[in-house]
Design a protein around this ligand. Structure first.
Ligand code: SF4
Length: 353
C-alpha cells in the first residue's frame, strides 16, 4: 500500500499565551479556508514550540492511531493539515504532501482557496465536538447532501447527489430504517452515536483518499463507540488512509494498524499496533498504557507522575525527563531522537533504544 499523505519535518510555533490544547471555535472560524481568507499568522520571530520536527505517513488502506495526553499537539497536527491553525500559531518548517508518490502537492504551499479544493474532496475530516460539528438547523440528510454538492462532476445531478448522500449514510453505519425514519431529523433529535455517524458520512461522501478523525468516540457510549470504530475500520479496508486521533488506547487496540505517540509536540514512539501497544518501549507510552483499565486483569492503575507543561520551551534534553521514572543524568541534557536502528518500531529514549 502506498502513502496517501506524508508529513515531513513539520514544526509549528505559537505566539503569546495561546494554549494549544484548547483551541476555540472562534479562532478556527477566523481561519476557515473555505471562506477564502488567508491565514495571517505571524511567521517572523519564533514563539513557543507546539510541534517539532514531526515525520509521519498515512498509508492507503491503513489506520494510524495518534495518541497522547490533551495538549500534546495531536489536534494541532490535524489542523496543520487542514489549514485550520488559529492566528496565534504558524508553521515554521516542513512539508505536508498529498499523493507523495504520484503527483505530490505540498498543502502548506497552497493558499486557502487552493487548499479548499482538497478539503471535503480528497481529505475528509471529522471534528472533535460532535454537536458543534453539525448545523442545528440542518437535517442529517441535508448535512451530508451539502457535502456531496461540493463534488462537481458529470454526476452533479439531483438524483446522483441523493444517491451518493444515502450511500454515505449507509457506509457510515446508519441503517435503512434510519434513512427512512430519522435522516430528515435535525441533530437535536438524534443520539450522540447517530450524530457522530452523520459527521462521518459527511466526511466520506466524496470518497476522500485521506480521512482525519479527531476523537470521534470521545462522547459515545460503549456500544456506539464500538460501532463507530468498526465503521472506521471498514472505511480503511475500502482503501482510505485514516488518521484516528484518540485518548482511548483500549478501544483502538484491535482496529488500528499502527500507532504514533506524541508528547509535548514530538513523536516519541511509532510502530505497528502490536509493537506499540503490546511491546511498548518508551516510558511515556508505558505510562499511558498503565492508566488503561482492563477487564481481564485485576491491577492497580498507575498514573503518570505530574502534568505535561503547556510547552517544551525552556526544557533541555528529553521533554519527558521531569516525569520519567527511568530518567538518567544524560536525559537531562541530551535530547533523544527517534531511533533509526529499527525503522518499523522507532523510539526516542536513551534507555529504551
Ligand atoms: S530519554 Fe531518559 S527521561 Fe526520556 S524517556 Fe527515556 S529514560 Fe526517560
Amino acid at each position: 500500500m502506498s502513502d496517501a499523505l506524508r508529513i515531513e519535518g513539520l514544526s509549528v510555533y505559537g505566539q503569546g499565551q495561546y494554549d494549544f490544547g484548547r483551541q476555540n471555535a472562534d479562532e478556527r472560524e477566523s481561519n476557515d479556508p473555505l471562506s477564502g481568507q488567508q491565514n495571517t499568522a505571524a511567521s517572523g520571530a519564533r514563539g513557543y514550540e507546539v510541534i517539532s520536527q514531526v515525520n509521519l505517513s498515512l498509508r492507503a488502506g491503513k489506520v494510524l492511531g495518534l495518541v497522547g495526553e490533551t495538549g500534546c499537539g495531536k489536534t494541532t497536527l490535524i489542523n496543520s493539515i487542514l489549514g485550520l491553525l488559529p492566528a496565534s500559531l504558524s508553521v515554521a518548517s516542513g512539508r505536508i504532501l498529498i499523493d507523495p508518490e504520484e503527483q505530490p502537492v505540498d498543502l502548506l504551499q497552497l493558499n486557502n482557496r487552493q487548499r479548499a479544493a482538497y478539503l471535503g474532496l480528497r481529505i475528509g475530516y471529522v471534528p472533535q465536538d460532535v454537536r458543534s460539528g453539525l448545523n442545528p438547523l440542518m437535517s442529517a440528510r441535508q448535512t451530508v447532501r451539502e457535502g456531496a454538492k461540493r463534488k462537481r462532476d458529470r454526476k452533479h445531478q439531483r438524483s446522483a447527489i441523493t444517491q451518493r448522500t444515502d450511500d454515505a449514510l449507509r457506509r457510515a453505519g446508519l441503517s435503512d430504517d434510519f434513512l427512512r425514519s430519522d435522516a430528515d431529523r435535525r441533530p437535536g433529535r438524534l443520539s450522540g452515536g447517530q450524530c457522530q455517524r452523520v459527521l462521518i458520512a459527511q466526511a466520506i461522501v466524496n470518497e476522500p483518499s485521506v480521512l482525519l478523525l479527531d476523537e470521534p468516540t470521545a462522547s459515545l457510549d460503549p456500544t456506539s463507540r464500538h460501532q463507530v470504530l468498526e465503521t472506521i475500520r471498514r472505511l480503511a479496508d475500502d482503501g482510505a488512509a485514516v488518521c484516528l486521533v484518540t485518548h482511548d488506547l483500549a478501544a483502538i487496540a484491535s482496529m488500528v494498524d499502527s500507532v504514533a505517540v506524541m508528547y509535548l509536540g514530538r513523536l516519541v514512539e511509532i510502530g505497528s499496533a502490536d509493537q506499540v501497544l503490546r511491546h511498548s518501549r518508551h516510558p511515556y507510552t508505558r505510562g499511558l498504557l498503565g492508566c488503561v483499565p482492563r477487564l481481564d486483569e485485576k491491577r492497580t492503575l498507575q498514573p503518570i507522575n505530574g502534568e505535561a507543561p503547556v510547552s517544551g520551551n525552556g526544557l533541555t534534553g528529553c521533554r519527558f525527563y521531569p516525569r520519567c521514572p527511568l530518567r538518567q543524568i544524560q536525559c537531562e541534557v541530551d535530547e533523544p531522537q527517534l531511533s533509526k536502528a529499527q525503522l518499523e518500531h522507532q523510539v526516542a529514549c536513551h534507555v529504551a533504544e
